[in-house]
Write a new protein. Structure first.
Length: 159
């Protein structure tokens, strides 16, 4: 799957994506994480008993601000990524190792590069979007949201 964030193209394996949703309708309860210790995560959504941290692709990849229209909800991870649009569905036949010009954090963000329609695209490594340390730092915010949701549910049943 090829998607864009602020005009930059990326690829991700379709098997890494559980669901594609409109950014305006995440289909769950959305919580603002105003005091988030992780700048790229400002929201959390609870859907079907699971919490997902909504990550800004613009902030994560240090791209210019844009209005995301799509959310990629990742499979097997508590992460959803805000993107501008899905560009195309394409079969990725070859995954090349990252060139030496990719250094530092980029080596964690990408599995490699692929060539699609004469374009070289970085292929996202979903587990590189939020590290285990970042996930641990976000846990208190998730627990607070769960507490607010439980309190709201109790208030609703007390009526």
């Amino acid at each position: 799957m090829v998607f864009s964030i602020s005009g930059q193209l990326f690829a991700i394996s379709a098997t890494s994506v559980q669901e594609i949703r409109s950014a305006d309708n995440l289909g769950g309860v959305v919580f603002d994480l105003e005091q988030s210790v992780i700048k790229k995560v400002r929201h959390m959504v609870e859907r079907e008993g699971r919490a997902y941290y909504v990550l800004s692709g613009c902030i994560h990849f240090d791209l210019s601000a844009s209005r995301p229209a799509i959310v990629l909800i990742l499979r097997d991870l508590p992460v959803a990524v805000l993107v501008n649009r899905i560009e195309e569905m394409a079969e990725m036949t070859v995954l090349y190792s990252l060139p030496p010009s990719f250094q530092g954090l980029e080596r964690r963000w990408y599995r490699g590069v692929t060539v699609l329609a004469d374009r070289v695209l970085p292929v996202l490594e979903p587990r590189g979007l939020l590290t285990p340390v970042e996930l641990d730092l976000l846990k208190p915010a998730a627990e607070e949201c769960a507490g607010r949701m439980h309190a709201a549910g109790q208030a609703g049943t007390a009526r």
